[in-house]
Design a protein around this ligand. Structure first.
Ligand code: SF4
Ligand code: SF4
Length: 427
């Protein structure tokens, strides 16, 4: 099946940039060795260079086929290939165009379109997801093993925002979609840790999912609508100087928010605001790191003179953190600062296989990567895995052998214990 796509590029700013990326690629193939899907499948078209060829064909000839779509689908968008590209090709922009155009041209059969659309709808509507997860927990013991793995095992705990007296800074906290339903403790930990150093965070009314889920499924207009809604909710307080920017506790969302400028480029109402807010977005590790010295003092009694290290943790750096945002070693430093002994896993540049909805839509490949990663992490001898993205947390909990936490939860527990100890001493 062939579909003509050339007319789709007319007047579409975010699509246009792909030509520059395609020109930049010299087809050297250095990126291929760092690609997990090429490693597993051994097919050139399941590696970055092959997919770049496919998008080039799409752009030049305006042709999309089912087989091309299959190769785009198998990409994790982990961006490991970008790290090894000497020409600086922004591969994720290339594959995004392949996906978006394929989606718009309706190349997929009806059932596949329905399944993908349904998944995006289900995942990004918190009330629906909350209900589904509740049902899943109830029937979990009766589900086939493969399905049961996908249901988060723990019920979330109730929590309240800590009050920060005379905050030195105020930030918007991205509420997101999946995380507040399956692991609200992460945002609680963020509010606690940041509160201790005088930073107040809050959700903005009217904000929600960042749009990454839809975007990676090729539903670009839906993603743009979500981005617009978020910018509309955040902008007034930001422009008035009441909030310094946006902070996200899931690195996948932070990486996506950073690109709001490109996503809403050409939007007459919100385009400029999106670009500014994109630049003023931080992953929570970047914000916490600004106050690392103070935080370390809060953990000091836990490990006097740095000699007493309690607990061994291995940090699984999500692809969105290390390849997308280029943040390397920051979280490890923060964990060590409050007394954890951080050990390193082999091959820590490989994706764990989560990749948003990939773990559901490409279950076979995702499970292989998840099991491999789980074994590598367990081999470190750590007692717990820390990560920075909710997708990785759920995927590694399903396929790994160690308990998995968000790193903020581990830091918040240490900080809270120290606060309690100091308060007890004062009494
Ligand atoms: S994306 Fe970069 S590393 Fe890969 S083939 Fe093109 S130029 Fe070479
Ligand atoms: S983003 Fe990841 S899976 Fe996709 S081509 Fe690049 S390295 Fe391979």
């Amino acid at each position: 099946m062939e579909v003509r796509a050339a007319s789709l590029f007319a007047g579409r700013n975010w699509l246009k940039g792909v030509e520059e990326e395609l020109r930049r690629c010299v087809h050297c193939g250095f990126c291929t060795a760092s690609c997990p899907t090429y490693r597993l499948l051994g097919d050139e078209l399941d590696g970055p260079r092959g997919r770049i060829y496919l998008v080039k064909e799409l752009v030049e000839r305006g042709v999309v086929t089912r087989s091309m779509v299959r190769h785009f689908d198998r990409c994790l968008t982990c961006r490991a290939c970008e790290r090894s590209c000497p020409s600086g090709v922004q591969y994720h922009r290339v594959v995004a165009v392949g996906r978006a155009v394929s989606e718009e041209m309706g190349v997929r059969p009806f059932f596949e379109r329905w399944r993908r659309g349904g998944l995006a709808w289900w995942v990004t509507h918190r009330a629906l997801l909350r209900w589904a997860v509740g049902v899943g927990r109830t029937v979990r013991p009766f589900l086939p093993k493969g399905l049961a793995r996908l249901v988060p095992p723990r019920a979330p705990r109730e929590w309240q925002w800590p009050s920060v007296s005379e905050p030195r800074e105020r930030w918007w906290l991205l509420e997101g979609c999946v995380q507040p339903v399956v692991r609200p403790e992460v945002d609680q930990a963020a509010a606690t840790v940041l509160g201790v150093v005088g930073v107040e965070v809050a959700y903005a009314r009217g904000s929600g999912c960042c749009g990454a889920v839809d975007f990676h499924l090729g539903r670009v207009e839906v993603a743009r609508a979500r981005a617009r809604a978020n910018v509309r909710a955040w902008w007034p307080a930001f422009a008035a100087g009441e909030r310094k920017g946006v902070v996200a506790t899931a690195s996948g969302c932070a990486a996506f928010l950073r690109e709001y400028g490109e996503l809403l480029e050409g939007d007459e109402v919100w385009g400029e605001a999106a670009a500014v807010l994109g630049r003023e977005t931080l992953d929570v590790s970047e914000l916490v790191a600004r106050f690392a010295g103070e935080l370390r003092r809060h953990g000091r009694e836990e490990h006097p003179n740095g000699r007493e290290r309690r607990g061994k943790v291995v940090f699984q750096a999500p692809c969105s953190l290390q390849h997308g945002l280029g943040i390397v070693g920051v979280v490890e430093g923060l964990l060590e600062g409050v007394g954890w002994q951080v050990v390193k896993a082999d091959d820590d540049r490989w994706c764990c296989g989560s990749a948003g909805t990939y773990s559901v839509l490409e279950r076979g490949l995702a499970a292989r990567l998840g099991r491999e990663k789980g074994e590598t992490l367990a081999a470190t001898g750590a007692e717990v895995v820390a990560t920075a993205n909710i997708g990785c947390l759920l995927h590694l909990s399903a396929y790994g052998r160690l308990p998995v936490r968000h790193w903020l939860e581990l830091v918040a527990e240490r900080v809270a214990r120290e606060e309690e100890r100091v308060a007890r001493r004062r009494r």
